[in-house]
Design a binder for this molecule. Sequence first.
Ligand code: MTE
Length: 319
Amino acid sequence: MLIKKPNKIKSFEITSERNYINRRNFIKSGCLIGGGIISDNLLTAELPSQPFEILKNIKESQYSTDEQINNIIDVTSYNNYYEFGLDKDDPNLNSRDFKSRPWTIEVEGEAEKTGIFDIEDFIRPYQLEERIYRMRCVEAWSMVIPWVGIPLANVIKELKPLSSAKYVKFETLHDKKRMPGQKSGVLRWPYREGLTIAEATNPLPILAVGIYGRALPNQNGAPIRLVVPWKYGFKGIKGIVKISFIKNQPKTSWEMAAPNEYGFYANVNPKVSHPRWSQARERRIGSGVFASKQPTMLFNGYEEHVAHLYDGLNLRRNF
Ligand code: MTE
């Protein structure tokens, strides 16, 4: 597999995992600002408008893995983002001129707080957190990525869904001029994804706005994308412009394209094969061509946090 070095990344951005971990400078809960102690929840999130700009006031998270993180080159040059092409290096090469500002998020449906929000206003009330998550793609490869984002559960709480809201649906920007891949019929656009309310209010999912302490690059879903670490990567919808609270299970883009291959739940499960390949093992990107594949874990290793969400559900049928 060819992994191209993206020529837009400057040398300071080519961060080895060791250097990155060493230079992280987190705020601690109850930190000193201007001579006084303030608590985390007074810190609001500021979102810079350009990819790779440094994000401030990031909190560490108990949910991060201490596995070795992938190099930023892997994370930004080996991507799936069909709005910018089908090959792994297309999103990096073809999204360079994409402007992610101005950007609004529309909230609609079964919730008390609906409307259209500027991304900066949408993010501001929350505390940015770093979540180093194992990510597992349905294509049987994996990476460990230091995301920066806000817990989706906090956002949902703030939007106050009604009791009739059983699912949350997400949609990507639909604009053929800015996302030329949408001229092809490979998927039904806009890209759409969904979670049950119980999944969306679990502590693990985040709305990510950054990686490696910097604002998200376009190819990773700038300015805001979903990250759900116990599910296959395609649930992590990028470039979100709309969030809907709905009564019935939404059809997702991949389900519409191939319902026998990609289900709504898409939980990582080594025992349930994709119809065309096994999911029992995975290749960790960056581990070298001679490295053997590693076993895939149920719920991608997040079983203790999420298994209860599926009590009584047949995971083979609800794949
Ligand atoms: N979101 C949109 N809008 N379009 C896409 O094609 N691809 C998905 C997901 N989100 C995709 C998307 C798939 S298949 C994967 S594996 C992840 O994005 C990849 O995220 P990454 O490139 O940041 O690793």
